[in-house]
Every structure is written in structure tokens, then in C-alpha cells.
Design a protein around this ligand. Structure first.
Ligand SMILES: [Zn+2]
Length: 410
């Protein structure tokens, strides 16, 4: 069978993998890179029979509305992934317009995709035109799935993978396969101990509150904001939530079976004040100890309002919780200690610290996972340091490190 990446092989973004096998064409994920300007993958072939979506993050889902222009194609994903991808692709349209870019698709495409979308439950099997694909949880975020394609050879596509349980979701379990197509975000890097990170995070929040400051926690709307809220639950801080995470929470509350503990998630949210209107933001600034808000990389969203108010306050803190892509305001803060607020570069007086709440497996986790699948062929994708993994996996499997656009057989 032949595999080809449309994008996302050697970078974190714009992922798309085309599998051609026995006259069928399957597309795994179809994402974009939400940078300024956005980046896109090679266009999908027009003869796609079936597309499967691992999870809702835009680097995996951002181009799926274009599939509505291929009326024969079906898009299979878990119901949680479909609902959250709908929110994110609509938001991406809004962001494109705000930033003055021609959007890659229209609201009509997003609406059209609904007719082609098929919801597959976790642990479900989807069959379409003789193609059989088994879905199994990938950890990472609620609804995230790995997909096991059963064909000439069994191919396991991981999407994004987390092999440790978090507050929000359980861990991914390896499945035996012939060919493993595995994400490599953390190739060559390990995570610090999560419980230790959480303890330090709560301690630093407490220290800020004790000296009379407030904590701004910029967090991605899908997965990260919820993980942070669960980490803070029961610690007694006045916590406010602002931005798109509110809508994502509603999806998660409606599908508790996709969470590690739906009741605990619901309880964690009960103690959180939700900013419903921009007018509530002043109240949040007055009364909050902690404000969890989008955008996670400080490039847009309500976080800029809060930072604009609090950056000169030496008692307050900005605690970053996610990956800060090159060129983002958050990366600028980490690298130079400066921020761009209202088009002016400023040096915040408040405390700035980064905490590793990653939803991806670390290097050793990836090696163990790959070995447990007993795959004879491992294809590494979604990473910019894949060679580090290749070296550790090579004694046990044929390791392929493909380039975008290059077709290869497995
Ligand atoms: Zn992801």
C-alpha cells in the first residue's frame, strides 16, 4: 500500500495522510497551521472515499470543511470531535477575516460537511465501501482517537497521543498493528513529572494571591483550559474563565463518557465563574484570584485585555501552560521578556513562568508505545526532531521518516 503526507510529516501543523490500498483512498486528518499568516497542506486528492479525523485541534481538522466539495467522501470521527471541530473551524474563519486573509473555505462548506459526517463512538468500528476502521481512544483530549485501518496491512494512525492519564482523559492503550504511523511532537524530549508540575503551579498561584496579585493563565480552549481548571479545583481560589473554552465545556459536559471522570469535571466547573459578556471582565479583574482565558499564545482573544491591565503589576503573574509557536506573542515573552500589547512592545513587571501541561507523550513514552504495538514498520510524523526517535526505534522496526508530498510504500 502507498502512503503520502499532504503536510505535517516534518512539522507540527497542517497534517494530512493519504493511504492508497486496493483501489481505495483514505485520508487521515486534514489540518492547517493557524499562524499569521496561516499555512496549508497540499490539497487532498479528489478521489477520497473516506476521511477520518483523529481530533478537533486545527492542525488536524482545519481543512476538513473542504471535503464538502467532494460529495462522495465521508468524514468519520467521534461525536465530540465533530462538535468541537465545528466550533474551531468557524472560529478560524472569523480569525482569517479579522486578520485580513482570504479564508480557505466558507461557512457554506462547514454547513455542507454535516451531511457527510458520520459519528463513530469510542471503540467503534466504521465500515464504508469495503473499508474497515477501528476507533480507539488516544488520550490527548476528550474525543481524540487513534484509527486502526484494516487492509492489506493493518495501519495504526495515532493522531496526537498521550500515554499517561490526565485529570481530563484516560491514557491511550497500544494496539497491535503491522504499520504504526506515530506522532513525534516530543521526540528527543521528556516531560517533567506531572504531579510535581501541578503542585508547583498551585504553589505559585498561592504565592501570587498571598502578595495581593492576580494570576492570568493563558490556555488553549480545547483540552488545556479544562485540564487547568481541574488542577485548580478544590484549591479554593476565586477562578474565572473567559473565551472559547466555555463553548467547549458545554460539549464535554454533554458527553461525560469521553472524560476520565465526568462527575469530577462537572464539579470542577461548578466552582468557576464564567465571564458571559465583555462587561463582566472588569468584575473578573476586581474579584478573581485566577483568570483562565484564551488565547493560549497571547496572539488574540480576551487574554490581551487582562494582560493589558495587569502586566505593570509586580504582584501579579502570567503562567503559560502550552506550547508557544515561533513568532507568537507568547514565544516573544519567553525569549525576550517582552510582550506586544496594543501594537506597543512592553516589558511586563509581573512574574512570568511556564508550566508543562502537555497533552502529548514524551520521548520514552513514545518508544514504549511503539514497541508495545509490535509494528514491523514505524512511520514518524508530526515532529521536527524525528531523528531522535528513529535512532531508538531502529533496532526493533523499519523506521520511515518521510517528507511532505513524498509517496512511499509500506
Ligand atoms: Zn492535538
Amino acid at each position: 500500500m502507498e502512503l503520502r503526507f499532504l503536510g505535517g510529516a516534518s512539522e507540527i501543523g497542517s497534517l494530512g495522510l493519504v493511504i492508497r490500498d486496493q483501489g481505495r483512498t483514505v485520508l487521515c486528518d486534514y489540518g492547517m497551521t493557524p499562524t499569521d499568516p496561516p499555512a496549508y497542506p497540499i490539497p487532498a486528492p479528489t478521489n477520497v472515499d473516506l476521511a477520518v479525523l483523529s481530533h478537533a485541534h486545527l492542525d488536524h481538522s482545519g481543512m476538513t470543511p473542504l471535503l464538502s466539495r467532494l460529495p462522495k467522501a465521508r468524514l468519520a470521527a467521534t461525536p465530540v470531535t465533530l462538535a468541537v471541530a465545528d466550533l474551531l473551524t468557524r472560529d478560524a474563519l472569523k480569525v482569517a477575516r479579522l486578520n485580513g486573509y482570504q479564508p480557505a473555505y466558507s461557512p457554506h462548506d462547514i454547513a455542507g460537511l454535516h451531511a457527510q459526517a458520520v459519528a463513530v463512538e469510542r471503540h467503534g468500528t466504521f465500515r464504508h465501501h469495503g473499508i474497515e476502521i477501528e476507533f480507539t481512544p488516544a488520550g490527548h483530549i476528550p474525543g481524540a482517537s487513534m484509527m486502526l485501518y484494516r487492509g492489506e496491512r493493518d495501519v495504526l494512525f495515532t493522531g496526537d497521543l498521550q500515554t499517561h492519564a490526565t485529570h481530563l482523559v484516560g491514557a491511550a492503550e497500544p494496539l497491535e498493528c503491522d504499520v504504526l504511523v506515530m506522532e513525534s511532537t516530543y521526540a528527543g524530549r521528556e516531560h517533567p513529572d506531572r504531579r510535581e508540575t501541578e503542585r508547583r503551579f498551585r504553589d505559585r498561584v498561592a504565592a501570587t494571591v498571598e502578595r495581593g496579585g492576580k494570576v492570568i493563565v493563558p490556555a488553549f480552549a480545547v483540552g488545556r483550559a479544562q485540564e487547568v481548571l481541574m488542577t485548580l479545583a478544590a484549591s479554593g481560589f476565586e477562578t474565572y474563565l473567559d473565551g472559547m473554552a466555555r463553548a467547549v465545556n458545554s460539549v464535554y459536559l454533554s458527553a461525560p463518557e469521553y472524560l476520565a471522570d465526568g462527575k469530577r469535571f462537572r464539579r470542577a466547573l461548578e466552582g468557576v465563574h464564567v465571564v458571559e459578556h465583555p462587561g463582566d471582565r472588569k468584575r473578573a479583574l476586581r474579584e478573581a484570584d485566577v483568570i483562565v482565558t484564551t488565547g493560549g499564545m497571547l496572539d488574540g482573544g480576551p487574554v490581551l485585555y487582562y494582560i493589558g491591565e495587569l502586566y505593570p503589576d509586580a504582584n501579579s503573574s502570567i503562567f503559560l501552560t502550552g506550547y508557544q509557536v515561533e513568532g507568537s506573542n507568547g514565544r516573544q515573552l519567553m525569549d525576550t521578556g517582552t510582550l506586544t500589547v496594543d501594537e506597543t512592545v512592553v516589558r511586563p513587571a509581573c512574574e512570568v513562568e511556564k508550566f508543562d501541561f502537555s497533552a502529548h507523550a514524551g520521548h520514552t513514552d513514545l518508544v514504549q508505545f511503539a514497541r508495545a504495538t509490535r509494528a514491523r514498520t514505524v512511520v514518524l510524523m508530526h515532529g521536527d526532531q524525528r531523528e531522535a526517535l528513529r535512532d531508538d526505534l531502529a533496532p526493533h522496526a523499519d523506521v520511515v521518516v518521510p517528507a511532505n508530498g513524498e509517496a512511499f510504500t509500506v
